[in-house]
Ligand binder design. Sequence first.
Ligand code: IPE
Ligand code: IPE
Ligand code: MG
Length: 238
Amino acid sequence: MDAAEVPLKIPTHVGLIMDGNGRWATARGLPRLAGHRAGVENLRGVITAGIKFGIKYLTFYAFSTENWNRPRDEVFGIMDLLAEFIDKETIPLHKEGVRILHIGHLDRLPPSLVDKINYAIDLTKKNRRITVQLAFNYGGRDEITAAVRKIVASGVKPENVTEALISRNLFTAGIPDPDLIIRTSGEMRTSNFLMWQSAYAEWVFPSTYWPDFNEDVFREMLREYSRRDRRFGGLSSK
Ligand code: IPE
Ligand code: IPE
Ligand code: MG
């Protein structure tokens, strides 16, 4: 069968590692922050495409626990851009039926940004058309460490520690594991994204820099996903 004819399988949950903003800007002779701006401006269109495809959960990796290692101006520039995004898009997204969630630690973030994130979560909490998780100050190892701390503090007996208990103590408690993870810009690594949850995710690595990622590239990635044979350790269903 020709690749284009593969019936499109729609994953329930897609994770997106939004990489390549800096290179997008550098290629245009612009400062890195211009790339981050273009990247944040691209979010809305990708959410709209996700709704159109019928995807129920999208998780966007916007700032990792390791991104604090960047120059201060870049770090706080990114924070400002996220705050602007929430100011501008929360109400329109709410009207579209989008539920907004955050994964990661809020504690090191500027209080004004934390307030905005909490406002967006609260306003949209009853929406179910699509759930958008913003991974901001998020790291997979940090998340697992925090879960272990909570479990130990609860005094649970070692024999009662199960995979389900660990999952319930992650930021993503109650959210299905990602089926597909898309990392833009051609880099092929996890960079600490959804370490636990991605155990059986399919990964794709389009060369497109994040600000240029759009519905067409998204559809191509869904086609690639549709051709994969997910075996989960068992035998092929084909
Ligand atoms: C991704 O783009 C955004 C963040 C990590 C915050 P980059 O800033 O990593 O862009 P490149 O990888 O330098 O091109
Ligand atoms: C991963 O991108 C984090 C985000 C996209 C938020 P990075 O650009 O930070 O990852 P590395 O450093 O290239 O692995
Ligand atoms: Mg990068």
